[in-house]
Design a protein around this ligand. Structure first.
Ligand code: ADP
Length: 266
């Protein structure tokens, strides 16, 4: 199945959200269209996880509205495959790659039903998509960080989502592995819309089609450029400091400064 561009898959309208009556997200407006591959960056504490919680229906907005394929989050949520941040886990915990990915089928059937051959086919197809089918019987704890991330992406894909939400997908892997994860996402983006969040500007590779900046408020204009104004509004510090090591092409309009990545910040 290929996607039709421009159909709105997620609409966030004037959303305020937070905890204990204190807003950490203010007046967020975001339109995600089919075929999008959006990277949202921002500093720690800027509200990225809170935004994901709102999109997943874990946190109700204080004000505003979120719809997924025109439906309230409660119903539209089944179109989303969520890939949480890689966390440290007990490497001795005896669970296989296959069993992890099969969890991605649970919401389709409820906890107490048996898995069917249709589930097996979906799990095998998802593992194949991330190139991990050959390792299906391996213990999750024996895998590298990059392989585990592929397994978690497969778990999200097993539910046949139309949107993938990813939380810091390359935070725990080295740059080379990070590149291969982005290549995989680039491939998957032919069939699913992708929204990912990261605190690391360097992690948002050239594969993301558009980039937004979030720190309490969201600066997103459907563009693949981060302007000086967006960075200063988001990080509250000069572009030069933030952009060290950032591929130059990502930043628009910053007055001929070069960032070769081979000097120390002042
Ligand atoms: P990010 O993912 O960008 O690091 P978060 O969305 O986790 O940011 O956090 C945004 C703000 O909300 C932070 O100030 C954080 O301390 C606060 N916060 C996050 N989760 C909770 C919570 N469960 N209860 C109260 N405050 C929270």
């Amino acid at each position: 199945m290929s996607v039709t561009e421009n159909q709105e898959v997620i609409a966030v309208k004037q959303v305020w959200a937070g905890y204990d009556k204190t807003a950490v997200l203010e007046n967020i407006n975001l339109s995600v269209n089919q075929g999008d591959f959006i990277g949202i960056i921002g500093p720690n504490g800027g509200g990225k996880t809170t935004l994901l919680k709102v999109l997943l229906g874990i946190l109700a907005p204080m004000r505003g509205e979120v719809t997924i394929f025109g439906q309230p989050v409660r119903e539209g949520r089944e179109n989303i495959g969520y890939v949480p941040q890689l966390i440290h886990f007990d490497r001795d915990f005896p669970i296989s790659v296959w069993e992890v990915v099969r969890m991605g089928r649970l919401h389709k059937k409820g906890l107490l039903r048996h898995f069917s051959s249709e589930d097996d086919e979906a799990v095998a197809a998802a593992l194949d998509q991330v190139n991990m089918l050959a390792l299906r019987d391996r213990c999750l704890g024996d895998l590298s960080g990059g392989q585990r991330q592929r397994v978690y992406i497969a778990r999200a894909l097993a539910g046949h989502p139309r949107i993938l939400l990813l939380d810091e997908p390359t935070a725990s892997v080295d740059p080379q592995v990070s590149g291969s994860i982005y290549e995989l996402l680039h491939e998957l983006n032919k069939h699913v819309s992708i929204l990912l969040i990261s605190h690391d500007m360097n992690a948002v590779s050239s594969y993301t089609k558009t980039i937004g900046c979030l720190n309490r408020t969201l600066h997103y204009h459907g563009s693949n450029e981060i302007t000086e104004e967006m960075v200063q509004a988001t990080y509250h510090c000069p572009v030069d400091l933030i952009a060290h090591g950032l591929p130059h092409r990502v930043l628009a309009d910053h007055h001929g400064h070069t960032h070769t990545g081979d000097h120390q910040d002042d």
